[in-house]
Design a protein around this ligand. Structure first.
Ligand code: BES
Ligand code: MN
Ligand code: ZN
Length: 506
Protein backbone atom coordinates (compact mmCIF):
# COMPACT_ATOMS: atom_id res chain seq x y z
CA UNK A 1 0.00 0.00 0.00
CA UNK A 2 1.19 3.44 -0.90
CA UNK A 3 0.98 6.27 1.65
CA UNK A 4 1.33 9.90 0.73
CA UNK A 5 1.46 13.00 2.87
CA UNK A 6 -0.34 16.06 1.55
CA UNK A 7 -0.77 19.52 2.93
CA UNK A 8 -4.46 20.23 2.42
CA UNK A 9 -7.08 22.38 4.07
CA UNK A 10 -10.70 21.21 4.40
CA UNK A 11 -11.51 23.48 1.48
CA UNK A 12 -9.09 21.64 -0.78
CA UNK A 13 -10.19 18.23 0.52
CA UNK A 14 -13.66 18.88 -0.88
CA UNK A 15 -12.12 19.15 -4.35
CA UNK A 16 -10.05 15.97 -4.04
CA UNK A 17 -11.46 13.54 -6.59
CA UNK A 18 -10.64 10.51 -4.48
CA UNK A 19 -12.70 7.33 -4.08
CA UNK A 20 -13.14 7.84 -0.38
CA UNK A 21 -12.72 10.85 1.79
CA UNK A 22 -12.56 10.19 5.52
CA UNK A 23 -12.62 13.29 7.67
CA UNK A 24 -11.76 13.04 11.36
CA UNK A 25 -13.78 15.57 13.29
CA UNK A 26 -12.71 16.58 16.81
CA UNK A 27 -14.89 17.72 19.71
CA UNK A 28 -15.81 21.39 19.45
CA UNK A 29 -15.09 21.61 15.72
CA UNK A 30 -15.58 25.17 14.48
CA UNK A 31 -16.59 25.27 10.83
CA UNK A 32 -14.86 27.66 8.46
CA UNK A 33 -16.49 29.10 5.36
CA UNK A 34 -15.63 26.33 2.94
CA UNK A 35 -18.26 23.86 1.72
CA UNK A 36 -16.96 20.81 3.54
CA UNK A 37 -16.61 22.38 6.95
CA UNK A 38 -20.04 23.98 6.60
CA UNK A 39 -21.44 20.54 5.85
CA UNK A 40 -19.69 19.11 8.92
CA UNK A 41 -20.93 22.00 11.04
CA UNK A 42 -24.53 21.45 9.92
CA UNK A 43 -24.29 17.71 10.51
CA UNK A 44 -23.07 18.37 14.04
CA UNK A 45 -25.79 20.92 14.69
CA UNK A 46 -28.52 18.53 13.57
CA UNK A 47 -26.89 15.81 15.70
CA UNK A 48 -26.51 13.56 12.67
CA UNK A 49 -22.79 13.60 13.49
CA UNK A 50 -21.43 13.14 16.98
CA UNK A 51 -17.77 13.81 17.60
CA UNK A 52 -17.32 11.04 20.15
CA UNK A 53 -14.54 8.79 18.84
CA UNK A 54 -15.97 5.94 16.79
CA UNK A 55 -19.21 7.67 15.72
CA UNK A 56 -19.69 7.73 11.95
CA UNK A 57 -21.76 9.45 9.31
CA UNK A 58 -21.39 8.47 5.71
CA UNK A 59 -22.70 9.80 2.40
CA UNK A 60 -22.51 8.93 -1.28
CA UNK A 61 -21.77 11.79 -3.69
CA UNK A 62 -22.34 14.47 -1.12
CA UNK A 63 -23.07 17.79 -2.83
CA UNK A 64 -19.97 19.93 -3.18
CA UNK A 65 -17.65 17.05 -2.38
CA UNK A 66 -15.67 15.55 -5.23
CA UNK A 67 -15.04 12.22 -3.50
CA UNK A 68 -17.39 9.38 -4.42
CA UNK A 69 -17.90 8.46 -0.80
CA UNK A 70 -17.60 10.71 2.23
CA UNK A 71 -17.20 9.37 5.74
CA UNK A 72 -17.22 11.74 8.69
CA UNK A 73 -15.81 10.21 11.84
CA UNK A 74 -15.93 11.63 15.35
CA UNK A 75 -12.38 11.72 16.70
CA UNK A 76 -13.01 13.00 20.24
CA UNK A 77 -10.01 14.88 21.57
CA UNK A 78 -7.93 13.91 18.51
CA UNK A 79 -5.45 12.05 20.73
CA UNK A 80 -3.67 9.08 19.22
CA UNK A 81 -5.99 6.61 21.00
CA UNK A 82 -9.16 8.36 19.89
CA UNK A 83 -7.94 8.78 16.33
CA UNK A 84 -7.22 5.07 16.29
CA UNK A 85 -10.74 4.31 17.56
CA UNK A 86 -12.17 6.59 14.85
CA UNK A 87 -10.18 5.07 12.00
CA UNK A 88 -10.79 1.49 13.16
CA UNK A 89 -14.54 2.19 13.16
CA UNK A 90 -14.40 3.90 9.76
CA UNK A 91 -12.42 1.07 8.16
CA UNK A 92 -15.51 -1.17 8.14
CA UNK A 93 -17.26 1.35 5.87
CA UNK A 94 -14.12 2.09 3.89
CA UNK A 95 -13.61 -1.58 3.11
CA UNK A 96 -17.20 -2.17 2.02
CA UNK A 97 -16.95 0.80 -0.36
CA UNK A 98 -14.30 -1.03 -2.39
CA UNK A 99 -12.43 2.09 -3.52
CA UNK A 100 -8.73 2.08 -4.32
CA UNK A 101 -7.86 5.52 -3.11
CA UNK A 102 -8.56 6.91 0.34
CA UNK A 103 -7.89 10.40 1.61
CA UNK A 104 -7.86 10.94 5.35
CA UNK A 105 -8.27 14.48 6.49
CA UNK A 106 -7.92 15.97 9.95
CA UNK A 107 -10.49 18.66 10.70
CA UNK A 108 -8.33 20.06 13.47
CA UNK A 109 -4.80 20.12 14.83
CA UNK A 110 -3.13 16.75 14.64
CA UNK A 111 -0.05 15.50 16.47
CA UNK A 112 2.55 13.18 15.00
CA UNK A 113 1.29 10.43 17.30
CA UNK A 114 -2.30 10.87 16.13
CA UNK A 115 -1.24 10.80 12.50
CA UNK A 116 0.80 7.66 13.09
CA UNK A 117 -2.19 6.04 14.80
CA UNK A 118 -4.30 6.80 11.71
CA UNK A 119 -1.70 5.35 9.33
CA UNK A 120 -1.38 2.22 11.46
CA UNK A 121 -5.13 1.73 11.77
CA UNK A 122 -5.66 2.01 8.00
CA UNK A 123 -2.87 -0.45 7.30
CA UNK A 124 -4.14 -2.83 9.95
CA UNK A 125 -7.78 -2.62 8.86
CA UNK A 126 -7.00 -3.21 5.19
CA UNK A 127 -4.36 -5.93 5.67
CA UNK A 128 -5.15 -9.20 3.92
CA UNK A 129 -3.08 -12.38 4.16
CA UNK A 130 -2.69 -13.96 0.72
CA UNK A 131 0.49 -16.03 0.60
CA UNK A 132 -1.05 -19.49 0.75
CA UNK A 133 -4.31 -18.74 -1.08
CA UNK A 134 -4.65 -20.18 -4.59
CA UNK A 135 -6.63 -17.17 -5.85
CA UNK A 136 -5.17 -14.38 -3.81
CA UNK A 137 -7.53 -11.47 -3.29
CA UNK A 138 -5.26 -8.82 -1.92
CA UNK A 139 -6.13 -5.56 -0.24
CA UNK A 140 -8.40 -3.33 -2.24
CA UNK A 141 -6.98 -0.13 -0.91
CA UNK A 142 -3.93 0.99 -2.91
CA UNK A 143 -3.31 4.63 -2.18
CA UNK A 144 -3.81 6.45 1.08
CA UNK A 145 -3.34 10.19 1.25
CA UNK A 146 -2.86 11.67 4.70
CA UNK A 147 -4.10 15.22 4.43
CA UNK A 148 -2.94 17.58 7.15
CA UNK A 149 -3.12 21.34 7.43
CA UNK A 150 0.48 21.97 8.49
CA UNK A 151 3.65 20.59 6.96
CA UNK A 152 5.61 19.84 10.13
CA UNK A 153 4.58 16.21 10.14
CA UNK A 154 6.93 14.78 7.54
CA UNK A 155 9.20 13.07 10.11
CA UNK A 156 6.34 11.40 12.02
CA UNK A 157 4.94 10.39 8.62
CA UNK A 158 8.25 8.79 7.63
CA UNK A 159 8.26 6.95 10.97
CA UNK A 160 4.68 5.81 10.56
CA UNK A 161 5.14 4.33 7.10
CA UNK A 162 8.41 2.64 8.06
CA UNK A 163 6.68 1.20 11.10
CA UNK A 164 3.76 -0.09 9.07
CA UNK A 165 6.18 -1.83 6.70
CA UNK A 166 7.80 -3.56 9.70
CA UNK A 167 4.49 -4.53 11.26
CA UNK A 168 3.34 -6.02 7.96
CA UNK A 169 6.54 -8.04 7.71
CA UNK A 170 6.00 -9.36 11.20
CA UNK A 171 2.38 -10.24 10.40
CA UNK A 172 3.29 -11.93 7.16
CA UNK A 173 5.87 -14.24 8.71
CA UNK A 174 3.78 -14.91 11.78
CA UNK A 175 0.70 -15.76 9.73
CA UNK A 176 2.42 -18.18 7.40
CA UNK A 177 1.66 -21.79 8.27
CA UNK A 178 4.52 -23.72 9.87
CA UNK A 179 5.18 -25.61 6.63
CA UNK A 180 5.68 -22.28 4.87
CA UNK A 181 7.73 -20.69 7.64
CA UNK A 182 10.29 -23.30 8.61
CA UNK A 183 13.47 -22.33 10.45
CA UNK A 184 15.25 -22.35 7.09
CA UNK A 185 12.63 -20.10 5.52
CA UNK A 186 12.78 -17.70 8.49
CA UNK A 187 16.53 -17.52 7.99
CA UNK A 188 16.00 -16.74 4.31
CA UNK A 189 13.58 -13.99 5.26
CA UNK A 190 16.23 -12.54 7.59
CA UNK A 191 18.87 -12.80 4.87
CA UNK A 192 16.66 -10.93 2.44
CA UNK A 193 16.85 -7.96 4.84
CA UNK A 194 20.65 -7.88 4.67
CA UNK A 195 21.18 -4.76 2.57
CA UNK A 196 22.69 -1.37 3.32
CA UNK A 197 23.34 -1.09 7.04
CA UNK A 198 21.99 -4.59 7.78
CA UNK A 199 24.05 -7.77 7.90
CA UNK A 200 22.83 -11.26 8.58
CA UNK A 201 24.61 -14.43 9.66
CA UNK A 202 22.88 -17.79 9.92
CA UNK A 203 24.19 -20.76 11.89
CA UNK A 204 23.11 -24.39 11.48
CA UNK A 205 23.11 -27.34 13.92
CA UNK A 206 26.86 -28.01 13.71
CA UNK A 207 27.86 -24.44 14.52
CA UNK A 208 25.26 -24.22 17.27
CA UNK A 209 26.65 -27.43 18.78
CA UNK A 210 30.13 -25.93 18.62
CA UNK A 211 28.91 -22.92 20.58
CA UNK A 212 27.69 -25.31 23.26
CA UNK A 213 24.01 -24.44 22.95
CA UNK A 214 22.90 -27.78 24.39
CA UNK A 215 19.55 -26.44 25.52
CA UNK A 216 18.54 -25.06 22.11
CA UNK A 217 19.77 -28.27 20.45
CA UNK A 218 17.63 -30.37 22.80
CA UNK A 219 14.44 -28.63 21.69
CA UNK A 220 15.32 -29.00 18.01
CA UNK A 221 16.38 -32.66 18.14
CA UNK A 222 12.87 -34.12 17.76
CA UNK A 223 12.28 -32.43 14.42
CA UNK A 224 13.21 -33.32 10.83
CA UNK A 225 13.65 -29.61 10.13
CA UNK A 226 17.17 -28.43 10.95
CA UNK A 227 17.43 -25.55 13.41
CA UNK A 228 18.73 -22.12 12.48
CA UNK A 229 20.33 -19.51 14.69
CA UNK A 230 19.82 -16.15 13.01
CA UNK A 231 21.93 -13.11 13.79
CA UNK A 232 20.96 -9.75 12.31
CA UNK A 233 23.01 -6.61 12.80
CA UNK A 234 21.96 -3.07 12.07
CA UNK A 235 24.88 -0.63 12.24
CA UNK A 236 23.52 2.89 12.29
CA UNK A 237 25.95 4.36 14.85
CA UNK A 238 29.69 4.31 15.44
CA UNK A 239 31.25 0.89 15.94
CA UNK A 240 31.96 1.48 19.64
CA UNK A 241 28.36 2.33 20.46
CA UNK A 242 26.99 -0.64 22.43
CA UNK A 243 24.01 -2.21 20.66
CA UNK A 244 20.56 -3.05 21.86
CA UNK A 245 20.12 -6.79 21.41
CA UNK A 246 16.64 -8.09 20.57
CA UNK A 247 16.12 -11.83 21.06
CA UNK A 248 13.02 -13.34 19.44
CA UNK A 249 11.61 -16.76 20.26
CA UNK A 250 11.43 -18.59 16.94
CA UNK A 251 9.55 -21.84 17.58
CA UNK A 252 8.05 -22.28 14.13
CA UNK A 253 5.66 -24.86 15.52
CA UNK A 254 5.12 -25.91 19.12
CA UNK A 255 3.47 -29.31 19.48
CA UNK A 256 4.69 -29.43 23.07
CA UNK A 257 7.08 -32.26 22.17
CA UNK A 258 6.73 -35.43 24.25
CA UNK A 259 4.71 -33.36 26.76
CA UNK A 260 2.32 -32.99 23.84
CA UNK A 261 -0.37 -30.34 23.73
CA UNK A 262 -4.09 -31.15 23.39
CA UNK A 263 -5.50 -31.00 19.84
CA UNK A 264 -7.94 -28.05 20.11
CA UNK A 265 -6.37 -24.87 18.75
CA UNK A 266 -2.99 -26.50 18.34
CA UNK A 267 -2.83 -24.91 14.88
CA UNK A 268 -2.29 -21.59 16.67
CA UNK A 269 1.12 -22.83 17.76
CA UNK A 270 2.36 -21.81 14.32
CA UNK A 271 2.34 -18.37 15.95
CA UNK A 272 4.98 -19.48 18.43
CA UNK A 273 7.55 -17.60 16.37
CA UNK A 274 5.85 -14.23 16.79
CA UNK A 275 8.79 -13.00 18.89
CA UNK A 276 11.10 -13.84 15.98
CA UNK A 277 8.66 -12.23 13.54
CA UNK A 278 8.67 -9.04 15.62
CA UNK A 279 12.48 -8.92 15.45
CA UNK A 280 12.33 -9.33 11.66
CA UNK A 281 9.68 -6.61 11.55
CA UNK A 282 11.84 -4.23 13.59
CA UNK A 283 14.74 -4.77 11.19
CA UNK A 284 12.44 -4.12 8.25
CA UNK A 285 11.52 -0.80 9.86
CA UNK A 286 15.17 0.01 10.66
CA UNK A 287 16.11 -0.57 7.03
CA UNK A 288 13.79 2.27 6.06
CA UNK A 289 14.10 4.57 9.06
CA UNK A 290 17.91 4.41 9.39
CA UNK A 291 18.24 5.68 12.99
CA UNK A 292 21.71 6.35 14.48
CA UNK A 293 21.87 3.32 16.76
CA UNK A 294 23.30 -0.17 16.72
CA UNK A 295 20.91 -3.09 17.01
CA UNK A 296 21.50 -6.84 17.04
CA UNK A 297 18.68 -9.30 16.42
CA UNK A 298 19.04 -12.92 17.56
CA UNK A 299 16.56 -15.62 16.61
CA UNK A 300 16.87 -19.21 17.77
CA UNK A 301 14.53 -20.95 15.32
CA UNK A 302 13.36 -24.57 15.40
CA UNK A 303 10.30 -26.79 15.69
CA UNK A 304 9.26 -28.45 18.94
CA UNK A 305 8.20 -31.97 17.91
CA UNK A 306 7.73 -35.38 19.51
CA UNK A 307 9.52 -38.33 17.91
CA UNK A 308 12.06 -41.06 18.43
CA UNK A 309 14.85 -38.56 18.81
CA UNK A 310 12.94 -36.02 20.84
CA UNK A 311 14.13 -34.84 24.22
CA UNK A 312 12.33 -36.61 27.10
CA UNK A 313 10.97 -35.32 30.40
CA UNK A 314 13.74 -35.73 32.93
CA UNK A 315 16.58 -35.32 30.44
CA UNK A 316 19.35 -33.05 31.64
CA UNK A 317 21.11 -30.77 29.15
CA UNK A 318 23.99 -28.33 29.40
CA UNK A 319 23.29 -24.81 28.21
CA UNK A 320 25.81 -22.46 26.61
CA UNK A 321 26.19 -20.68 29.95
CA UNK A 322 27.41 -23.94 31.49
CA UNK A 323 24.32 -24.28 33.67
CA UNK A 324 22.65 -27.68 33.49
CA UNK A 325 18.88 -27.87 33.03
CA UNK A 326 16.48 -30.67 33.90
CA UNK A 327 13.77 -30.64 31.23
CA UNK A 328 10.73 -31.69 33.24
CA UNK A 329 8.25 -30.52 30.64
CA UNK A 330 9.20 -30.46 26.97
CA UNK A 331 6.40 -27.96 26.35
CA UNK A 332 8.34 -25.31 28.27
CA UNK A 333 10.67 -25.10 25.26
CA UNK A 334 10.69 -21.36 24.66
CA UNK A 335 12.86 -20.66 27.69
CA UNK A 336 15.19 -23.47 26.56
CA UNK A 337 15.96 -21.84 23.24
CA UNK A 338 16.04 -18.33 24.69
CA UNK A 339 18.49 -19.13 27.48
CA UNK A 340 21.19 -20.02 24.98
CA UNK A 341 20.47 -16.95 22.88
CA UNK A 342 20.72 -14.79 26.03
CA UNK A 343 24.08 -16.32 26.87
CA UNK A 344 25.20 -15.58 23.31
CA UNK A 345 23.90 -11.97 23.57
CA UNK A 346 26.51 -11.15 26.22
CA UNK A 347 29.29 -11.19 23.62
CA UNK A 348 27.98 -7.96 22.10
CA UNK A 349 28.51 -6.09 25.41
CA UNK A 350 25.04 -4.68 24.84
CA UNK A 351 23.55 -1.61 26.45
CA UNK A 352 20.34 -3.60 26.82
CA UNK A 353 18.94 -7.00 25.89
CA UNK A 354 15.22 -7.42 25.31
CA UNK A 355 13.77 -10.84 24.60
CA UNK A 356 10.37 -11.15 22.99
CA UNK A 357 8.52 -14.44 23.33
CA UNK A 358 5.12 -16.10 23.16
CA UNK A 359 6.28 -17.75 26.34
CA UNK A 360 3.42 -18.73 28.61
CA UNK A 361 -0.29 -19.46 28.60
CA UNK A 362 -0.17 -18.07 32.13
CA UNK A 363 0.57 -14.60 30.75
CA UNK A 364 -2.56 -14.84 28.60
CA UNK A 365 -4.53 -15.62 31.76
CA UNK A 366 -2.88 -12.75 33.66
CA UNK A 367 -3.10 -9.93 31.12
CA UNK A 368 -5.28 -11.14 28.24
CA UNK A 369 -4.75 -9.57 24.84
CA UNK A 370 -4.44 -5.95 25.90
CA UNK A 371 -0.99 -5.65 27.42
CA UNK A 372 2.15 -7.74 26.96
CA UNK A 373 3.90 -8.91 30.12
CA UNK A 374 7.08 -7.00 30.92
CA UNK A 375 9.79 -8.25 33.25
CA UNK A 376 13.06 -6.51 33.89
CA UNK A 377 15.96 -6.52 36.27
CA UNK A 378 16.50 -2.84 35.45
CA UNK A 379 14.06 -0.15 36.54
CA UNK A 380 15.38 2.25 33.92
CA UNK A 381 14.94 -0.26 31.10
CA UNK A 382 11.47 -1.21 32.36
CA UNK A 383 10.49 2.46 32.48
CA UNK A 384 11.77 3.04 28.94
CA UNK A 385 9.80 0.06 27.60
CA UNK A 386 6.63 1.06 29.46
CA UNK A 387 6.91 4.57 28.01
CA UNK A 388 7.50 3.18 24.52
CA UNK A 389 4.40 1.03 24.97
CA UNK A 390 2.30 4.06 25.86
CA UNK A 391 3.61 6.26 23.03
CA UNK A 392 3.14 3.55 20.41
CA UNK A 393 -0.24 2.37 21.78
CA UNK A 394 1.37 -1.06 22.01
CA UNK A 395 0.99 -1.50 25.74
CA UNK A 396 2.80 -3.65 28.27
CA UNK A 397 2.59 -4.10 32.02
CA UNK A 398 5.41 -4.82 34.43
CA UNK A 399 5.27 -8.02 36.46
CA UNK A 400 7.54 -8.95 39.37
CA UNK A 401 10.78 -10.90 39.60
CA UNK A 402 11.04 -11.58 43.34
CA UNK A 403 13.52 -14.35 44.04
CA UNK A 404 10.88 -16.34 45.94
CA UNK A 405 9.25 -17.07 42.59
CA UNK A 406 12.31 -19.13 41.63
CA UNK A 407 11.87 -21.65 44.49
CA UNK A 408 9.96 -24.12 42.33
CA UNK A 409 12.70 -24.22 39.70
CA UNK A 410 15.04 -26.18 41.98
CA UNK A 411 16.10 -29.58 40.73
CA UNK A 412 17.81 -32.50 42.47
CA UNK A 413 19.45 -33.51 39.18
CA UNK A 414 20.53 -30.24 37.55
CA UNK A 415 21.31 -26.62 38.35
CA UNK A 416 17.76 -25.66 37.46
CA UNK A 417 14.51 -27.24 36.24
CA UNK A 418 12.69 -25.78 33.25
CA UNK A 419 9.31 -25.58 35.00
CA UNK A 420 7.92 -24.79 38.42
CA UNK A 421 4.29 -25.36 39.49
CA UNK A 422 1.26 -23.86 37.80
CA UNK A 423 1.11 -20.83 40.09
CA UNK A 424 2.62 -17.65 38.68
CA UNK A 425 3.64 -19.41 35.47
CA UNK A 426 4.57 -16.25 33.56
CA UNK A 427 6.79 -15.10 36.44
CA UNK A 428 8.54 -18.42 37.00
CA UNK A 429 9.34 -18.57 33.27
CA UNK A 430 10.87 -15.10 33.53
CA UNK A 431 12.82 -16.18 36.62
CA UNK A 432 14.25 -19.04 34.60
CA UNK A 433 15.39 -16.63 31.86
CA UNK A 434 16.84 -14.18 34.37
CA UNK A 435 19.46 -16.76 35.40
CA UNK A 436 20.89 -16.56 31.88
CA UNK A 437 20.91 -12.76 31.71
CA UNK A 438 23.07 -12.08 34.73
CA UNK A 439 25.31 -9.08 34.21
CA UNK A 440 23.06 -7.75 31.44
CA UNK A 441 20.54 -4.94 31.43
CA UNK A 442 17.77 -7.31 30.47
CA UNK A 443 14.04 -7.22 29.88
CA UNK A 444 11.61 -9.91 28.81
CA UNK A 445 8.35 -9.30 26.95
CA UNK A 446 5.84 -12.15 27.17
CA UNK A 447 3.64 -11.59 24.11
CA UNK A 448 1.63 -14.83 24.34
CA UNK A 449 -1.61 -12.84 24.68
CA UNK A 450 -0.89 -9.95 22.34
CA UNK A 451 0.96 -11.32 19.32
CA UNK A 452 -2.03 -12.86 17.61
CA UNK A 453 -5.79 -13.10 17.76
CA UNK A 454 -7.70 -16.36 17.70
CA UNK A 455 -11.30 -17.00 16.65
CA UNK A 456 -12.97 -15.57 13.56
CA UNK A 457 -10.38 -12.82 13.08
CA UNK A 458 -7.50 -15.24 13.54
CA UNK A 459 -4.19 -13.65 12.66
CA UNK A 460 -1.03 -11.99 13.82
CA UNK A 461 -1.20 -8.46 15.23
CA UNK A 462 2.36 -7.40 14.44
CA UNK A 463 2.85 -6.56 18.12
CA UNK A 464 5.17 -5.53 19.73
CA UNK A 465 6.99 -4.02 16.71
CA UNK A 466 5.54 -0.59 17.55
CA UNK A 467 6.73 -0.74 21.13
CA UNK A 468 10.21 -1.92 20.15
CA UNK A 469 10.66 0.72 17.46
CA UNK A 470 9.63 3.49 19.86
CA UNK A 471 12.02 2.10 22.44
CA UNK A 472 14.88 2.09 19.90
CA UNK A 473 14.05 5.65 18.87
CA UNK A 474 14.18 6.67 22.54
CA UNK A 475 17.65 5.11 22.73
CA UNK A 476 18.70 7.09 19.67
CA UNK A 477 17.39 10.28 21.27
CA UNK A 478 19.25 9.59 24.49
CA UNK A 479 22.48 8.78 22.69
CA UNK A 480 22.11 11.89 20.55
CA UNK A 481 21.72 14.17 23.54
CA UNK A 482 24.61 12.45 25.27
CA UNK A 483 26.78 12.97 22.22
CA UNK A 484 26.11 16.70 22.19
CA UNK A 485 27.27 17.32 25.76
CA UNK A 486 30.64 19.05 25.43
CA UNK A 487 33.48 17.35 27.27
CA UNK A 488 36.24 19.12 29.19
CA UNK A 489 38.37 18.93 26.08
CA UNK A 490 35.65 20.87 24.32
CA UNK A 491 34.85 18.08 21.92
CA UNK A 492 31.55 16.31 21.77
CA UNK A 493 31.20 12.87 23.27
CA UNK A 494 30.74 11.08 20.02
CA UNK A 495 34.31 11.68 18.94
CA UNK A 496 35.96 10.76 22.23
CA UNK A 497 35.46 7.05 21.71
CA UNK A 498 35.43 5.18 25.01
CA UNK A 499 32.26 5.53 26.92
CA UNK A 500 30.76 3.89 29.95
CA UNK A 501 27.17 2.81 30.51
CA UNK A 502 26.17 5.69 32.72
CA UNK A 503 27.13 8.35 30.22
CA UNK A 504 30.31 9.88 28.92
CA UNK A 505 33.64 8.79 30.24
CA UNK A 506 35.84 11.80 29.98
N1 BES B 1 4.16 -21.44 23.28
C1 BES B 1 3.68 -21.84 24.54
C2 BES B 1 2.97 -20.71 25.29
C3 BES B 1 1.60 -20.35 24.81
C4 BES B 1 0.53 -21.18 25.06
C5 BES B 1 1.38 -19.17 24.17
C6 BES B 1 -0.73 -20.82 24.65
C7 BES B 1 0.12 -18.81 23.78
C8 BES B 1 -0.94 -19.64 24.01
C9 BES B 1 4.83 -22.31 25.43
O1 BES B 1 5.84 -22.95 24.78
C10 BES B 1 4.24 -23.29 26.39
O2 BES B 1 3.79 -24.30 25.96
N2 BES B 1 4.26 -22.95 27.68
C11 BES B 1 3.70 -23.77 28.67
C12 BES B 1 4.64 -23.78 29.86
C13 BES B 1 4.29 -24.79 30.89
C14 BES B 1 4.56 -26.18 30.35
C15 BES B 1 5.10 -24.53 32.12
C16 BES B 1 2.34 -23.21 29.05
O3 BES B 1 2.20 -21.99 29.12
O4 BES B 1 1.43 -23.99 29.21
MN1 MN C 1 5.48 -25.03 24.52
ZN1 ZN D 1 6.13 -22.44 22.84
Amino acid sequence: MNFELASMSLGLMADDATDLLLVLVPDGFKPGRDRLSRLIGEAMKSQALETKAGKLLSAWRAPGVAAERLVLAGAGDMSAVQVRTAVVAAMALVKSAAGRRLTIGFAGPCTGGAMRAAVQAVADGSYVYTTTKSKPEGRKLHDVVIAVADDTLSEPFRQATALVAGIEWAKEWANRPANHATPRQLAEAAQSLAKGKIECTVLGPKQVAKLGMGSFLAVAQGSQEPLRFIELRYDGAAKGEPPVVLVGKGITFDTGGISIKPAPEMDEMKFDMCGAASVLGVFRTLSELKPKINVVGLIPACENMPGGKAVKPGDVVTSMSGQTIEILNTDAEGRLVLCDALAYAARFKPRAVVDIATLTGACVIALGGVRSGLFSSSDALAAALLTAGESSLDLCWRLPLDDEYAEGLKSPFADVANVAGRAGGAVTAAKFLQRFASGLDWAHLDIAGTAWKGGAAKGATGRPVGLLVDYLLSVEKEQGSRGSIPTKAGRNGRSTGTRSKGGLSI
